[in-house]
Design a protein around this ligand. Structure first.
Ligand code: AMP
Length: 416
């Protein structure tokens, strides 16, 4: 039997209600913040990602689905959105003359990772990006939006971790000092971290390997290297977060994997998830526009893992319990009447009701069962006797009450 590709998942009809519930709430919250949706293609020229995310990151090194098309172009299935979004914003001039752009997205992303609970090769992200403002207000607005979604969904048991990577100068000074420190501990670092020390030293602080955690206990802190501009930015972000009442924990070890971040970085973690406990993350990326050939444009944003949000909602019993049923299920004793059944269903649907009918020529009893299983509010019964008299029997499936209704009055009756 043919199977789905490892690390990918069908979203089956019995779980689609949860996805749609989440998507609906995302639309509600982004709308409240005045963000507009942007949809870009699933694949991009490879350069979009290799020039932005960083050659020495796991994503670019090991995880991209890159292929050559028949014309010999190198294409990549998008592993994340920010770079693709910035490509589109530059191309379409959405931030021309320094205009603020507030954008959100939802869709599938692709990374060749080792699949496990909460980690897939095709996964989905929701994210929001606020472009053109260098001010901490925009950092806080995006964090408020992310928290607005958790609030809307009722998610409470999470932690917001916060750090600053400072501007380029602060980061370079920190990196030089960190490399010195790590070299003195090189013998006890994991192999992975020895490699990272050469290629992307900040990432050593991110390692979950106990040897690396022990070795870096006394590592220098980025926060001691922030220059005046960087300190001021970070200080104002914290102040504004305090003023809006958002709790956070400062984690000087939070570096996030990608090269394009500067200043504020943050991550959302939930204890409802297993080892993959991050359900969202983001930060400021003031240099990305230039890296992708655009005009310097300050920007900040975040991405949340949709599958992980759904895992949290499920574990915390926050998903709506009952699937919405249909308004009516039309039942007849004799399949010869199915023409009438179909035209009545059409009339009701045109008036805005959801209607199901039997298309398997089942017995009356089975149709009644289907009506029940479809969570129908009403069963509308069309028997020969009723047809002759131009009436239908309408059974309220919840109360069990049954009424005869003239077929001309059915719409009025349903509307009550
Ligand atoms: P990142 O772009 O790596 O910061 O990812 C942002 C969020 O997307 C993470 O916090 C996760 O919730 C989610 N995510 C990232 N990679 C995966 C994956 N392979 N499978 C499922 N969710 C993921």
């Amino acid at each position: 039997m043919l199977q789905e590709v490892r690390g990918t998942k069908d979203i089956l009809p019995n779980s689609i209600a949860s996805w749609q519930y989440l998507e609906e709430n995302i639309r509600i919250v982004t709308n409240r913040f005045g963000y507009k949706e942007l949809r870009t293609p699933i694949f991009e020229n490879t350069e979009v990602f290799s020039r932005s995310i960083g050659d020495n990151t796991d994503i670019v090194n090991k995880e991209m689905y890159t292929f050559e098309d028949r014309g010999g172009n190198s294409l990549t299935l998008r592993p994340e959105m920010t770079a693709a979004l910035v490509r589109s914003v530059i191309q379409n001039g959405l931030t021309a003359q320094g205009a603020i752009a507030r954008l959100w997205y939802f869709g599938p992303f692709f990374r060749y990772e080792r699949p496990q609970k909460g980690r897939y090769r095709q996964f989905h992200q929701f994210g929001a990006e606020c472009l053109s403002s260098p001010y901490p207000e925009s950092d806080v607005e995006t964090i408020l939006l992310a928290c607005g979604l958790t609030k809307q969904l009722g998610i409470k048991n999470f932690k917001l971790q916060l750090n600053s990577l400072g501007n380029k100068i602060s980061r370079q000074n920190f990196q030089d000092d960190l490399v010195k420190f790590l070299n003195s501990k090189k013998m006890i670092l994991s192999d992975e971290s020895k490699f990272r020390l050469e290629k992307n030293p900040l990432r050593v602080l991110d390692s979950k390997d106990q040897r690396d955690i022990d070795a870096t206990l006394e590592a220098p802190s980025i926060l001691e290297f922030l220059d005046e501009e960087s300190s001021l930015h970070f200080g104002t972000v914290k102040l504004l977060l305090n003023q809006v009442g958002i709790d956070y924990v400062i984690n000087p070890r939070l570096v996030r994997g990608l090269d394009y971040y500067s200043h504020t970085v943050f991550e959302f973690q939930s204890s409802a998830l297993g080892s993959q406990d991050a359900f969202g993350g983001g930060g400021r990326y003031n240099d990305l526009f230039e890296q992708l050939g655009g005009k310097a444009t300050p920007a900040v944003g975040f991405a949340m893992g949709v599958e992980r949000l759904l895992l949290i909602l499920e574990a915390s019993k926050l998903l709506p319990e009952n699937e919405a049923g249909v308004d009516a299920y039309i039942i007849t004793f004799d399949s010869n009447n199915n023409g009438l059944v179909l035209s009545l269903s059409d009339k009701l649907r045109n008036a805005g009701f959801s209607v199901k009918t039997d298309i398997s020529r089942k017995s009356f009893k089975s149709q009644m069962k289907d009506a029940n299983n479809s969570n129908a509010k009403f069963a509308i019964i069309l028997g020969d006797n009723e047809i002759e008299r131009n009436v239908v029997q309408v059974k309220n499936m919840q109360s069990g009450e049954q009424k005869e209704v003239n077929i001309e009055n059915i719409l009025k009756f349903m509307e009550i």
